[in-house]
Design a protein around this ligand. Sequence first.
Ligand code: AMP
Length: 212
Amino acid sequence: MRIVLFGPPGVGKGSQAQFLAEREGVAHISTGILLRRAIRSGTDLGLKAAEYVEQGRLVPGPVVRSLAQDAIASCNYDRFVLDGYPRTIEQADWLAEFLEEHGSPLGTVLSLVVPNEIIVDRLSKRRVNRVTGENYHLDFKPPPADVDPGVINQRKDDTPEAILHRLDIYQQETHPVQEYYRSLGLLQEIDGTGSFEQVYERILDAIKQSAG
Ligand code: AMP
């Protein structure tokens, strides 16, 4: 299983990718999570990335590439779900070349599709457990009472300003990547509305179809 889970911020791809990876026993590679971890740890890479991530701008290619490269290598170029990578045509080109070099081309690219107003709602009501990384939604999945409220944060890039900026960047930089994968016959679009379980079922069906 070598999959890219694709879609605008707030479409639910992170939660779906994590669940899919746990269920299927494959690696969940999220460049957003890796970047936030590097920022928290104060590594050189984290220091370079912090300003971009907080403002919802794309982190320069070589910085993110090194994270993606190490993560893919550490699962032996196979059995992974990529989440949040690639985000530009340049990244998609690099990824194709890198995987080709290791005889592990992508199997499928799943694109989750959700209307913009749902996205803004999901992101502005998202909260994150800063210790476990678990995501919550104030209405649909509020932080449980037994979790210390002190560890529940709103991501700095989930403010209305940063959200609009991220959606803008998605349209300009990342949407073309979807068309790139469509032209290669790798893209499958999936309705990302409805319950988590409904969307997960659609993802599994699409994976089965691509394997069959
Ligand atoms: P995410 O958790 O996927 O929403 O990513 C959060 C932030 O990390 C993005 O808004 C970017 O600032 C940065 N980021 C994550 N993945 C990439 C990528 N592939 N290219 C550039 N920046 C990225």
